[in-house]
Design a protein around this ligand. Structure first.
Ligand SMILES: Nc1nc2c(ncn2[C@@H]2O[C@H](COP(=O)(O)OP(=O)(O)OP(=O)(O)O)[C@@H](O)[C@H]2O)c(=O)[nH]1
Ligand SMILES: [Mg+2]
Length: 255
């Protein structure tokens, strides 16, 4: 049986995007399933997904009662995936900033890596379309800052288009992941990197959303500003988690 992959899509009010997005994802590769983690969207996004799931076994919905943030939505999705037989687990936005046409490139790249990251700034080349210059500069320099503080060798550490090999998620203690916004993306990659997994970046073209509303906020930026320092110091003091190979004998997951 071919190895299956799950694309986790967190949603909050993505009615205008979700159906078209699901169709487009499924058309990219027969190995792909979709899990939408919807936070009780008042616009009825969840109902649209459960309607599609009723007739299509490749589409799943995990509903949460209220808006609880992107990071915890992904953690819930990761747990859902690990309870099932998925070899690869994706993170992807619902708003078409992440073009489903890139999915086959991730599946190809993950054959030689443990975590594949869609990168908007690889080798200093910017592949972002339609962002106001202020937002681009904020994002670009946030990445320069995150790289300087954490040492994480990535051009784009805040991006949210990713593919994890199952073993990576099994080896990270998901209870200890605390951040929720952009910092969540940095934290997951940092933990994978510190464990000695192979990270690679593939270039993606990132296009600003055209439908629906942004959930970006000042608090998301603030969280990232201090979280990188927390990651740096918890890694120095050994409080992060042991790298692979130094796990306690009874540790589960990655050997
Ligand atoms: N389940 C869940 N999904 C969320 C939450 N916040 C954002 N999302 C979803 O996460 C994805 C990324 O959020 P966006 O609002 O696009 O954030 P962004 O890409 O930084 O900002 P814009 O592209 O400008 O809107 C989208 O699919 C959102 O619907 C949340 O609290 N819970
Ligand atoms: Mg977006």
């Amino acid at each position: 049986m071919p190895e299956r992959a799950l694309v986790i899509v967190p949603t909050y009010n993505e009615r205008e995007n979700i159906q078209r997005l699901i169709e487009s994802v499924l058309a990219q590769d027969p190995r792909l399933d979709v899990l939408v983690v919807d936070d009780g969207s008042p616009d009825g996004t969840g109902a649209i997904v459960s309607g599609i799931g009723a007739t299509n076994p490749r589409v799943h919905l995990h509903s949460r009662p209220r808006k609880m943030g992107l990071g915890t939505a992904y953690i819930a999705g990761f747990r859902w995936a690990l309870q099932r037989e998925y070899a690869y687990i994706f993170e992807m936005d619902a708003d078409f900033s992440h073009d489903p046409a890139h999915l086959p490139q991730f599946l190809e790249a993950v054959t030689g890596a443990d975590l594949v990251l869609g990168s908007r700034y690889r080798e200093g080349k910017v592949t972002v379309v339609n962002w106001p210059i202020t937002r681009l500069l904020l994002s670009y320099f946030a990445n320069v800052y995150a790289r300087a503080v954490t040492g994480l060798p990535l051009w784009d550490a805040t991006g949210g288009f990713k593919c994890f090999r199952r073993a990576v998620l099994e080896s990270i203690d998901l209870d200890r992941v605390h951040s929720n916004g952009y910092a969540f993306q940095i934290e997951m990659s940092f933990r994978a990197w510190k464990k000695g997994f192979r990270l690679i970046e593939i270039p993606i073209v990132f296009v600003d959303r055209t439908e629906g509303q942004s959930k970006m906020s000042r608090s998301i930026v603030r969280e990232a500003v201090w979280m990188v320092w927390r990651l740096r110091f918890s890694s120095i003091t050994g409080r992060l988690e042991p790298p692979r190979g130094r796990q306690p004998a009874l540790g589960v997951g990655q050997g």
